[in-house]
Design a protein. Structure first.
Length: 203
């Protein structure tokens, strides 16, 4: 069995678990809930960066971060989600980078809001919020490049995980507003089993 250092609320974990479901290897992964914020968190034994997801493979490799884990799990399932070459590959990888960047900025914003009030920086939080806004606007323009629901790629999977995270943490901000193309794409693509089976807990 592989072992995945995991949290149910992490969008990066959701992405790699979606890949595991798509690749048909989810039942080879043992989930190991890991609190990366605990002072004595066991995560640092496996990942010096103290981040999840971290995957321990059946061969004894320790893999991070999520793009590496995603490509590894996809390779076990025959490599359907990472286009082999040419612009299709670069587009899918850039979509993943954009989606992961939305998650990075959103996680930073959330963490900032959880610091003691006297330490919070409104400017810093706003910088992250604006990055997400611009990224969503770019996604709206590039909807025609996103994969259809029945032919997923890593770009589409990562985009679903990022938009699902915005719904989970910043739902009231309404990312769909003014982005009808992206909203429609999400509506169709989020019907996939891999997305439904990896939902975060409802708050
Ligand atoms: N680039 C990393 C980001 C992973 C990440 O930031 N995970 C968060 C949880 S959502 C984490 O473990 N944070 C702990 C920390 O930053 O110290 C990836 O794609 O795996």
């Amino acid at each position: 069995m592989m072992q995945l250092r995991y949290s149910q609320t992490s969008p990066y974990v959701r992405k790699v678990m979606m890949v595991a479901h798509e690749a048909g290897v989810a039942d080879r992964i043992e989930i190991s809930p890991t609190d990366v914020w605990a002072p004595d968190s066991p995560i640092v034994r496996d990942n010096p960066l103290a981040k999840i997801p971290t995957l321990l493979t059946e061969d004894g490799l320790v893999l991070f971060d999520s793009p590496v884990i995603a490509e590894y799990l996809d390779s076990l399932g025959g490599g359907r989600l990472f286009p082999a070459g040419g612009n299709a590959r670069w587009k899918a990888l850039r979509q993943q980078a954009l989606a992961d960047g939305i998650c990075d900025a959103s996680v930073l914003r959330l963490l900032e809001s959880r610091r003691p009030e006297s330490l919070r920086s409104a400017d810093w939080a706003d910088r992250q919020r604006r990055a997400v806004t611009r990224a969503l606007d770019l996604l709206e323009r590039e909807v025609p490049d996103l994969p259809s629901a029945d032919a997923p790629t890593i770009g589409g999977i990562a985009t679903l995980a990022a938009l699902g995270y915005l719904d989970f943490r910043f739902g009231k901000e309404g990312w769909r507003q003014g982005r009808p193309g992206l909203a429609n794409w999400f509506e169709a693509a989020s019907g996939r089993d891999s997305f439904k089976r990896t939902a975060p807990p409802s708050e």
